[in-house]
Write a protein that binds this ligand. Structure first.
Ligand code: FMN
Length: 338
């Protein structure tokens, strides 16, 4: 736990920004040695996104962000008074800036420093940036001269956002498919996503069969009445084993549900469409058993679901979902307080 308590605030007033920048940078001449460069940082800070850190009412550090491209923002300058190093101040400033940059819609965050191996102080700065998750992009000696090779670090701000967007864009597709084959490597990626899902006590009760042989697909589709995936160029059949996780607790249903959702997301990520067909094949007519027979599935496995896979010929429907407030809350059932 951090025994110090740095507090970070956003500063809006230009004169307050330059005052704080001056006070901190003039106390850090080991890093900001050349007066002209220091003055430039101070001057430019007035127009930048500015965060100040305080500890027990004392200003201890600051950080500025500046846009360097439409999707990219640069951590332009950052300074923490030496006596407050190792208090978590730099990290707190960085976290506030990163959150602000991501919320403003930027995709990348970059920062420049002197390459490792030239000066002890900058070696520590490099370690600090790496510990925050920055990755090496390039070293360019021309920027600050060959005695100070410029190391550029970069960080993606998109990670979580991309996945959330993908999750939100998945839909059940019940239209026709293009006849194009699904490459084996894509089918393998989808199967691997299914196998990567969690399972109760890691019993891994779910197994999968991908079918892309047109002859076998034809036999399977002949058994599906009414037909629902006859145009799909591939299909994944989900098999489940009723193995107890512990005592009499069997999580096979939860296991295959997690595997299916993982696969549906992988399908979406790769640009294909699918639909979770379970009700349709496990009803009283037991289409699932006929598909299992075609695929030589042993008796102790149940075929529980099929997922067609292919490129869509039309747009998937958009089913109406209940509003957030009707199904999800914070700190108590039905609590709609913000
Ligand atoms: C356990 C389960 C069984 C399902 N079985 C079928 C099915 O047999 N036929 C079908 O068209 N859709 C089936 N679905 C898909 C749902 O109808 C679909 O997820 C739901 O309408 C919401 O639409 P969305 O997936 O686009 O969000 C099934 C989904 C689940 C979770």
């Amino acid at each position: 736990m951090n025994m110090y308590n740095p507090v970070v605030r956003r500063v809006a007033e230009p004169s307050e920004k330059t005052r704080i920048a001056r006070e901190i940078l003039e106390a850090l001449t080991e890093w900001f040695e050349v007066p002209e460069y220091r003055e430039e940082y101070i001057r430019e800070s007035s127009g930048q996104i500015f965060f100040a850190a305080e500890e027990n009412g004392e200003e201890t550090g600051f950080l500025c962000l500046k846009e360097t491209g439409k999707p990219t923002v640069e951590l332009a300058v950052m300074g923490v008074r030496k006596e407050f190093h190792r208090h978590g101040t730099g990290k707190a400033l960085f976290e506030a800036a990163k959150e602000c940059a991501a919320a403003a819609g930027y995709d990348y965050l970059q920062v420049k420093t002197v390459e490792t191996g030239h000066y002890e102080e900058y070696d520590r700065t490099n370690l600090f940036y790496r510990s925050l998750g920055f990755q090496e992009l390039e070293v360019i000696p021309e920027i600050w001269g060959k005695h100070n090779p410029c190391q550029i670090y970069v960080m993606s701000l998109k990670k979580g956002r991309d996945l959330t967007k993908l999750i939100m864009s998945r839909r059940s597709y019940r239209g026709k498919y293009k006849p194009d084959r699904v490459p084996r490597e894509d089918l393998r990626t989808i199967l691997e996503a299914g196998l990567a899902a969690p399972s109760g006590c890691n019993k891994q009760t779910t197994s999968l069969v991908a079918v892309d042989d047109p002859e076998i697909l034809k036999q399977i589709n002949a058994a599906i009445d009414p037909p629902v995936c006859e145009t799909a160029p591939a299909m994944i059949c989900v098999l489940s084993q009723r193995i107890n996780a512990y005592r009499d607790r069997c999580f096979a249903t939860q296991d295959y549900a997690a595997a299916i959702e993982n696969m549906l997301l992988a399908v979406t990520a790769l640009g294909y469409q699918s639909c979770w067909y379970e009700g349709h094949i496990t009803d009283t007519d037991r289409i699932c058993d006929e598909i299992a027979r075609i695929l030589n599935v042993p008796e102790d496995y149940e075929l529980v679901c099929i997922l067609p896979v292919g490129k869509a010929l039309s747009e998937p429907g958009t089913p109406k979902k209940k509003p957030f407030e009707e199904r999800a809350w914070f700190n108590g059932f039905g609590n709609t307080e913000k």
